[in-house]
Design a protein around this ligand. Structure first.
Ligand code: NYM
Length: 215
């Protein structure tokens, strides 16, 4: 479909520790935008539907073990395999709402001992740079109160605390448009905040070129 508006879609990423409400908010945002007549679609990473995604899925479900560097590269490859699609949709004027992106990739691997932020960022250098990154801020103790973590890999309090520390490091980067949201507030209030930040950015992108992340 041709894009008649001359305006590209916006790349909107939701990030946060596990149980912060990202998936719920992505769906509500998608519904709201579509209801108002915007063209918008949802993406999530990992995308467990591809061949690489299946390797990741079996690792997360603890059905297989993978060496730490290897799985990091698989998560990045799982984003790169969607880059052509992402660029195409944005150029067509479709706004993309993305449930996790390279920031989860870096935060989760660099939470492991012996991994530096610099090393972890490299495989994702050059993927499309988000126009907005909404960070759903929730303390590990509030996350715990939302019920038990699941049984997947990484779903424990100690690891989540390390992950949050790494996200905080990534948020220092002033080349990126981070907005920190209080994810302890009620679902609808949080949704309104997310929606208003998103709509502002959708208007601002115009026909600006899609930039490269971390480059
Ligand atoms: N995760 C997610 C990574 O370790 N690296 C990545 O690049 C991405 C995108 O996978 N615990 C981790 C974070 C989560 C898990 O969970 C995916 P979910 O519930 O599918 O978002």
């Amino acid at each position: 479909r041709v894009n008649m508006s001359g305006r590209r879609g916006a790349l909107i990423v939701l990030e946060g520790v596990d149980r912060a409400g990202k998936t719920t908010q992505c769906r509500k945002l998608l519904d709201a935008l579509q209801r108002e007549g915007h063209r918008a679609e949802l993406l999530r990473f990992p995308d467990r539907g591809t061949a690489i995604g299946q390797l990741i899925n079996s690792y997360l479900e603890k059905k297989s073990n993978l060496e730490d560097h290897t799985v990091h590269l698989l998560f990045a490859a799982n984003r790169w395999e969607r880059v052509p699609l992402i660029k195409e949709k944005l150029q067509q004027g479709i706004t993309l709402i993305v449930d996790r992106y390279a920031f989860s990739g870096v935060a989760f691997t660099s939470a492991k001992p012996e991994f530096t932020l610099t090393w972890c960022k490299q495989p994702d250098v050059g993927i499309p740079k988000p126009d907005l990154i909404l960070f759903l801020q929730l303390s590990p103790s509030d996350a715990m109160k939302r019920g038990d973590f699941g049984n997947e890999r990484y779903e424990n309090r100690h690891f989540q605390e390390q992950v949050l520390r790494q996200f905080n490091e990534l948020m220092q980067d002033e080349n990126l448009n981070w907005k920190v949201m209080d994810a302890s507030q009620c679902i609808d209030d949080l949704h309104q905040e997310i929606k208003s930040h998103t709509e502002k950015v959708m208007e601002q992108v115009g026909d600006n070129p899609i930039r490269d992340l971390w480059r």
